[in-house]
Design a binder for this molecule. Structure first.
Ligand code: BTN
Length: 244
């Protein structure tokens, strides 16, 4: 697949940053229009979802895309699915034989273990709403002791691209799915994401901040919420964490 860098997208590369998402926020706050990819060889304060630390070792991909999508705050969350599809297609390009799946809301798994996490942050200023899509991909190593088992391409004995090579394929695939989303809306992303979803039709646990629900994973709705079938009653869950 190896494609060229998408036109209209900028890229700025750092040896070290606190967090590429924090840099995206700083740039948004000083009026950066985007779309701009920000990548770093090292992050001193990488952030994961729900306030967790994202500790990415050397050789892994850590990057954020700063965008100003013309859509409501409720809709722009759907772009995490475009990012997850971009990561899946990038990984599959370098590891065509591997089983690469998505896990709601926005993780990418390889052979059932977490390979990539995505963190969306957004804000509003006089230019409108900005969105930072932060993506970490375990190319060379994965952090030990994570709640959901993690791995890396290297740990699976697969050939590993450099973070720059990986980002250039990811940027092209994200640009494709972002174009589809802008032109046609969410449906094609929803279908493509479901075709890659791990645990579909199986019993799962969805953990919300204050409660846990068990049920059969039926799919995602037209907004991206998780559909959990609990003895015939289908519950839509907008935010949470899934365990198989
Ligand atoms: C998760 O918890 O699964 C999301 C992890 C997101 C990590 C990436 S690495 C690049 C960007 N910068 C950060 O500080 N976090 C995101």
């Amino acid at each position: 697949m190896r494609t060229s860098w998408p036109s209209g997208y900028g890229h700025i590369r750092f040896d070290e940053l606190d967090s590429t998402n924090s840099e995206a926020r700083r740039r948004a706050e000083t009026g950066e229009p985007g779309p701009l990819w920000i990548s770093a060889a090292r992050q001193s304060h990488g952030r994961g979802r729900r306030g967790k630390v994202w500790d990415a070792g050397q050789g892994n991909l850590t990057a954020s895309l700063l965008l100003r999508p013309q859509a409501s705050a409720a809709m722009i969350g759907q772009l995490s699915f475009a990012a997850a599809l971009g990561v899946v297609e990038m990984v599959q390009d370098f590891a065509p034989e591997a089983l690469v799946q998505v896990k709601w809301p926005n993780d990418v798994l390889i052979e059932g273990r977490k390979l990539s996490g995505i963190l969306l942050e957004s804000g509003e200023d006089s230019r409108g709403r900005w969105l930072a899509i932060g993506i970490g991909v375990n190319l060379a190593s994965s952090p030990p002791g994570t709640e959901f088992p993690a791995t890396s391409l290297a740990q699976l004995g697969l050939a590993i691209p450099s973070p720059e090579e990986a980002l250039s394929v990811l940027a092209a695939r994200f640009a494709y799915w972002y174009g589809v989303w802008m032109d046609e809306g969410f449906e094609r992303l929803r279908t493509a994401w479901l075709a890659r979803a791990g645990g579909l039709g199986k019993s799962i646990r969805a953990r919300l901040p204050d409660q846990t629900h068990e049920g059969v994973f039926e799919g995602i709705d037209a907004c991206g919420a998780l559909l959990l079938n609990q003895q015939g009653c289908v519950r839509a869950i907008a935010a949470g964490e899934v365990f198989f």
